[in-house]
Design a protein around this ligand. Structure first.
Ligand code: G6P
Length: 518
């Protein structure tokens, strides 16, 4: 059972506190020269590699962190989560996003009931509906097939699907399956955003998916009403003969064909005017930041890419759920990521973390293939419902918990906030790379890095640019002046490298699955 005492009152916490001074004395340069240490600080799962040797930590630190995990009853808590106990004590609910991607024959109980059949009932409904829309057998009010989708939602009901959409957009299989279709998102309530979301679209060929767990979120409901008006104004008064499943002449029947909903609140969906048959349910045991694997993400993404592509994403996330559940902590990637985050934030006092694409082995003057998908990944993981100022029992925490996550596609970051980081500000960096680009490019005589040739050099020094070099040395190397620190920068910044084989639908799911403890 969870201990009612705060984690900071336990012996392992105090032990780690005392250990901080020792670590602060050691420089990353020295830690990196310990080959045994570096070899041990690597975890691998299904072709993905996590290298945490550039953390300001020793093997002793890691052992102390495992003891902390034990004191926090982490294993027990994971088991309680998977067995559907109400570990969300403030709302007295289970926390079962793992059930959203479980295999059809899995058994995961919540309140004495196996929820997996319910999950698959909705998935089957999504598959059937999305296939009808994509094949043109579901048509709009004027008989035209619907090729464009606007997903209206905010927070977890927006950022997760946006991240997966951005990452899939350049995947060859997904490109093929989405040809001729568009998926857009509408979150903000600035009328300009509404205008942008409908620009160039014809209501006759557009489907609006209103995504809201509660169906009460002010921004989403306002945008949903605006788009309902857009559809009704253009198509509402259609003669009865044009309408399938008619609701009667003169009524805003077009809504029935052009608007569907994803929500846990089907009563409000119906009140809004959306046919409950066109609603896709999920459950209160799905937290907003984890909802991308529910109909929240699966419906819009299946409409765009087809259910089979999205199913691969779910399988990827599920594979990490198995790994998270069964791997020992020293090989468990989500657990390691979580513990290192606690070490950096709560012990070393670094309040922020930046995720960026892995640098290649070229000089800083070569444009690097920073990946755009990371941009939306950062927005998705960054801080959404992350602020935790109290313990699970509601006691005020006397230490910082949770970090400020941020990032940009690397190129943009390099020309903005990296310049501050290079001047010596310590912000732990997570470098995320892929071995094989989704879209490799080879130009004769040009260095175009696709990452696939980077395996051997992947784990480049994070601060290689300025690492231990004097400003004069850097000048001689033609480093642009804005990247040269005023003094020799010691480069003692914790960093982490995560290497993925490529960015397939399955890998995207796996990356999302890592976020259990983030
Ligand atoms: O899905 P909705 O009910 O519209 O909520 C949208 C968002 O609202 C809040 O910001 C919550 O913290 C998020 O977790 C949630 O995703």
């Amino acid at each position: 059972m969870a201990s009612p005492t705060l984690i900071c009152d336990t012996e392992p916490w105090k032990d780690l506190k005392n250990h901080v001074e020792e670590i602060k004395k050691s420089h990353l340069r020295n830690l990196m020269s310990d080959t045994e240490r570096c070899k041990s600080m690597v975890a691998e799962f299904d072709g993905m590699l996590l290298d945490y040797s550039r953390q300001n930590a020793t093997l002793e630190t890691l052992n102390k962190l495992y003891q902390l995990a034990e004191a926090a009853h982490l294993k027990e808590k994971i088991n309680r989560m998977y067995s559907g106990e109400h570990i969300n004590s403030t709302e007295n609910r289970s926390v079962l996003h793992v059930a959203l991607r479980a295999a059809r024959d899995a058994v995961i109980n919540s309140d004495g009931k196996n929820v997996v059949p319910e999950v698959w009932k909705v998935l089957d409904k999504i598959q059937e509906f999305s296939e009808k829309v994509r094949s043109g057998s579901w048509v709009g009010a004027t008989g035209k097939s619907l090729k464009d989708v606007i997903a209206v939602g905010i927070g977890g009901s927006f950022l997760g699907p946006l991240f997966v959409h951005t990452a899939l957009q350049t995947d060859p299989e997904a490109i093929k399956s989405s040809r001729g279709r568009q998926l857009r998102f509408l979150a903000n309530v600035d009328p300009v955003d509404v205008a942008k979301s409908i620009a160039g679209l014809n209501p006759e060929t557009t489907l609006v998916v209103v995504v809201s767990k509660t169906f009460t979120t002010a921004e989403t409901m306002l945008n949903a009403r605006t788009l309902r008006e857009w559809i009704s104004a253009a198509l509402g008064l259609i003669k009865i003969s044009f309408i399938q499943n008619t609701q009667g002449f003169g009524k805003p029947s077009a809504v029935a064909k052009h608007m569907v909903a994803v929500s846990t609140n089907l009563t409000l969906v119906e009140k809004f005017g959306i046919d409950p048959n066109n609603a896709f349910a999920f459950w209160d045991w799905v937290g907003g930041r984890y909802s991308v694997c529910s109909a929240v993400g699966v419906l819009p993404l299946s409409l765009q890419y087809g259910f089979s592509v999205v199913e691969k994403f779910l399988k990827g996330a599920s594979s990490i759920d198995q790994h998270f559940y069964s791997a020992p902590f020293d090989k468990n990637i989500p657990v390691l990521l979580g513990l290192l985050s606690i070490w950096n934030v709560s012990f070393l006092g670094y309040p922020a973390r930046v995720s960026i694409s892995a640098p290649d082995e070229q000089s800083c003057l070569t444009p690097r293939p920073w990946k755009n998908w990371l941009h939306t990944f950062n927005r998705h993981v960054s801080m959404e419902s992350n602020g935790k100022g109290v313990s699970i029992d509601g006691v005020l925490l006397p230490f910082e918990a949770g970090e400020i996550d941020f990032g940009e596609p690397g190129t943009n970051g390099q020309h903005s906030f990296y310049q501050l980081i290079h001047q010596g500000r310590v912000i732990p960096c997570d470098f995320i790379g892929v071995v094989k680009s989704q879209q490799p490019v080879y130009l004769k005589g040009e260095v175009v890095s696709n990452h696939d040739e980077l395996m051997s050099n992947f784990f480049a020094q994070p601060d290689a640019l300025a690492y231990g070099k004097t400003p004069e040395q850097l000048q001689k190397e033609n480093v642009p002046p804005h990247l040269i620190p005023h003094k020799t920068f010691s480069g003692n910044r914790p960093s982490l490298s995560l290497l993925l084989p490529t960015l397939s639908a399955c890998n995207i799911g796996q990356v999302r699955g890592f976020l259990h403890l983030f």
